[in-house]
Design a protein around this ligand. Structure first.
Ligand code: 7GP
Length: 829
């Protein structure tokens, strides 16, 4: 048999011959063949979209080769693997990123242009994959890129939602949500694995069986659903390594409904089966609260169960003793959304693999690591006990058992301090008895990470104080980072080329610390000229986009001032708008001759509001109402424009960020766990106007406070100000601009009433009034700096030069070494 096998392998090698080549003729041949045989269009007649599809398939072939090699390499070396569990990924487009990471962007561009196509035009055909909400989801995507680039043996797991994050449509200035059926035009980037399926169980009862002289729990479910794997290939940059992001889709299970088939209600039985697919059909669009929804809980368990079956199957391929599990497996919980994995691992080990409770618990505590992404109490997940008990009865028992044992231990440590015991309990008693997912995650994880230095401090001193005092060794932080491949190389090719030219190397694309080399040229006149030119071209591109999308013509000589992020009260887009109203008001009240001194601004705001978040939606409407007034005021002209960019997503960010002069990060200090948008702007040479919050505190350490425009209360001052709140002195200008909104200067006064109420002195939780004066001062400083072109350009260069620390490569290396205990495993060239 061995000889037979060898002969087969040799025959296969003979057929394969060599890897796909990347010369223009081969690429053209491949593309045209895909037009004909994959897309099934004639090679004599196909349009841009079909060309895009064929192009994508030829890129995918090349990804597959590397991916196979990577998987073989991982299997041979059998390193400890990282499994990254996240319910959300914001991948955006894949084409440019893939060909750049494969190192064949230019070859493709040449090949296409000889065929009469423009690479950039075809790239525009791609949709935006938005299987996530905001910061947490984009962070997952950046981290996947770094894991692949740094050769870590890692797998991402998630859900393949049929509907991604809603599309934001603006009608009369109001946000409307439209479903994002992103798979409508097919998704050439994924590989359906019809043979990689697992059965996921729900509902039912827990029975007891006699087993080896004792009792054994058996979960008898009464609904099952199939999870089918869809693999998305993640290529590293400057390496052959290509890793897997495996997303699960729900499909009806064959075992269901035998009864209804037998009773003859065939049509209804089929319709019922179809319902199984709803589990993976829709992404929840709210990033703050997910309380008590059965479908959400089903999604979480569906994803966790399928992923763990896959992970355990892979482990068992080569290992038989679960004591080795922690040497081979690290399970990363991306916030609490996948935390049911803890109960599921315990269930599998105890009920199915027959390990003792204590052995199973010991193993679990060595594999889980947990990162939390928020400080907002309303975002912390709680699952009603009744809901969990009905959907996953065995898991509820397990969580109770974990909690019982934890509390017993805790009593030994801290005595009968019932207040503290009840705060730390995994179960929250109260009107609705619920499971605190964060507590469960902390109890079982060996490491709990925050996402910035400040965040970690708040976790230790406020959010998880009790746990920190119990287990100080568990608490750490890894300041977030973003991938420079996506956020500079793909989205800002001219800046990328400029940086490489001045550094004399492209090595910074894998080693961002090299960017400090730019400091040396921060005052170099030649670099200044080239830098300004690159920035201007990016601004022109953005200005065209703004005009096409909103009809507003903007001058590229104005300062482009941008705030892009989810709309939240704590992120204070309202503060930005009130500042704009103030600016407008000042210009209106100025003598004509003084207007010459005004620094022209184009204010750009973009972001989605969760569909049920009323105040956030009012902020969007206010932005439009104010824009309507300002943009049509002949008194104002180019001195001030306000545009709202609709349907903000990754693709839009790639266009807007490189064209921004100034970006705003206005969260009330102590509320933004980290923030990653600021890092993208920073890399692109955009100056920041920000509060000292989350990661901006560390940006200050890197580039210096005099290289940005800081304002507002510090983290430690916020609670003090809140205490003083009703007696705080609010600046007159603030009262004036709020009054303008309240009195209907921009119309819709009834609609804006509650928005205005939310910043009244005794109600102003996010301290817009208290920070207003300092905000205006920072804005004035930005205006002043902008007039001095040389100064501004120097600050811009120094921003890029100081952004090295904010690469996700640094974050991932740190996680690998200190949290996951994994090592690089490079696939040979
Ligand atoms: C966000 C945080 O708000 C942001 O500060 C951070 O940079 C980002 O995660 C990545 O760590 N959080 C979310 O997007 C989120 O959904 C709820 O938090 C758990």
């Amino acid at each position: 048999r061995l000889g037979e096998n060898r002969a087969k392998v040799e025959r296969m090698f003979g057929l394969m011959d060599r890897f796909l080549k990347n010369d223009p003729a081969t690429l053209q041949n491949d593309i045209v063949n895909h037009v004909e045989y994959t897309v099934a269009r004639s090679r004599f007649s196909f349009d841009d979209f079909e060309a895009y599809q064929a192009l994508t398939h030829s890129v995918r072939d090349r990804l597959i080769e590397r991916w196979h090699d990577t998987q073989i390499c991982f299997r041979r070396k059998d390193p400890k693997r990282l499994y990254f569990l996240s319910l959300e990924y914001l991948m955006g487009r894949s084409l440019s990123n893939s060909v750049i990471n494969l190192g064949i962007r230019d070859q493709y561009a040449d090949a296409l242009s000889q065929l009469g196509f423009d690479f950039e035009v075809l790239a525009e055909q791609e949709g935006d994959a938005a299987l996530g909400n905001g910061g947490l989801a984009r962070l997952s995507a950046c981290q996947m890129d770094s894991l692949a680039t740094l050769d870590y043996p890692a797998w991402g797991y998630g859900l393949r939602y049929q509907y991604g994050l809603f599309r934001q449509v603006i009608l009369d200035g109001y946000q409307h949500e439209q479903p994002d059926y992103w798979l409508n035009f097919g998704n050439p980037w994924e590989i359906e694995r019809i043979h990689v399926t697992y059965t996921v169980k729900f509902y039912g009862t827990v029975e007891e069986e006699n087993f080896k002289g004792g009792k054994h729990k058996v979960w008898v479910p009464n609904e099952t659903v199939e999870a089918v794997a869809y693999d998305n290939l993640i290529p590293g940059y400057g390496t052959r390594n290509t890793i897997t992001l495996r997303l699960w889709a729900a499909k009806p299970s064959d075992q269901n409904d035998m009864e209804s088939y037998n009773t003859g209600d065939y049509i209804n039985a089929v319709v019922n089966r179809q319902r199984a697919e709803t589990i993976s059909s829709i992404l929840y669009p709210d990033d703050r609260s997910h309380q008590g929804k059965e479908l959400r809980l089903k999604q979480q368990y569906f994803f966790v169960s399928a992923s763990l079956q896959d992970i355990i199957r892979r482990f068992k391929d080569t290992h038989s003793n679960f004591d080795d599990f922690p040497e081979k497996v690290a399970l990363q919980l991306n916030d609490t959304h996948p935390s049911l994995a803890i109960a599921e691992v315990m269930r599998v080990l105890v009920d199915e693999e027959n390990l003792s409770w204590s052995r199973a618990w010991d193993i679990s505590c060595k594999i889980f690591t947990f990162t939390t992404h928020t400080v907002l109490p309303e975002a912390s997940e709680k699952i009603p006990v009744d809901l969990l008990g009905s959907l996953l009865p065995r898991h509820l028992q397990i969580i109770y058992e974990i909690n019982f044992r934890f509390l017993e231990e805790l009593k030994k440590r801290i005595g009968l301090d019932y207040d503290r015991l009840s705060r730390m309990s995994i179960i929250e008693e109260g009107a609705v008895k619920s499971i605190r997912m964060a507590n469960l995650s902390i109890v079982c994880s060996h490491t709990v990470n925050g996402v910035s230095k400040m965040h970690a401090e708040l976790l230790k001193t406020r959010v998880f104080k009790d746990f920190y005092e119990l287990w100080p060794h568990k608490f750490h932080y890894k300041t977030n980072g973003v991938t420079q491949r996506r956020w500079v190389v793909v989205s800002n090719p001219s800046l990328c080329a400029l940086i490489s030219k001045w550094l004399g190397t492209e090595a910074w694309i894998r080693d961002m610390d090299l960017l400090v080399g730019l400091q040396e040229y921060a005052t170099n006149g030649d670099l200044h000229e080239e830098w300004k030119m690159v920035r201007k071209v990016n601004k022109m591109r953005l200005a065209e986009y703004i005009e096409a999308m909103s009809g507003v013509k903007v001058s590229v000589d104005a300062m482009f001032d941008v705030q892009l992020k989810r709309i939240h009260e704590y992120k204070r887009q309202f503060l930005n708008i009130l500042g704009i109203i103030h600016r407008y008001d000042c210009i209106k009240n100025m003598e004509k001759k003084d207007r010459r001194n005004v620094v022209p601004r184009v204010c750009i705001i973009g972001g989605k509001a969760a569909p049920g978040y009323e105040i956030a939606k009012k902020i969007i409407k206010l932005c439009h109402a104010v824009a309507e007034k300002i943009n049509n005021d002949p008194d104002i002209g180019d001195l001030l424009k306000l545009v709202f960019i609709p349907d903000y997503n990754i693709t839009v960010a790639e266009l807007v960020i490189p064209g921004a002069d100034l970006s705003q990060h206005l969260s009330t200090a102590g509320h933004e766990a980290s923030g990653t948008g600021c890092m993208k702007f920073l890399m692109n040479g955009c100056l920041l106007l920000a509060t000292a919050d989350g990661s901006t505190i560390e940006i200050i350490e890197e580039i210096g406070a005099d290289n940005m425009f800081l304002f507002g209360a510090k983290v430690s001052e916020v609670p003090v100000l809140r205490k003083k709140a009703p007696n705080l002195k609010v600046p007159l200008q603030f009262a004036r601009v709020v009054r303008m909104v309240r009195n209907g200067y921009f119309g819709f006064e009834d609609y804006f009433e509650s928005l205005c109420d939310s910043v009244e002195v005794d109600n102003d939780f996010y301290l817009l009034g208290a920070d207003f004066e300092s905000y205006l001062e920072a804005q004035a400083a930005a205006d002043k700096a902008f007039i001095d072109e040389e100064k501004w350009t120097q600050m811009s260069i120094l921003s890029t030069a100081g952004s090295g620390r904010f690469s996700s490569d640094r974050t991932i290396d740190d996680y690998a070494e200190k949290t996951w205990g994994i090592e690089r495993c490079r696939c040979p060239a």
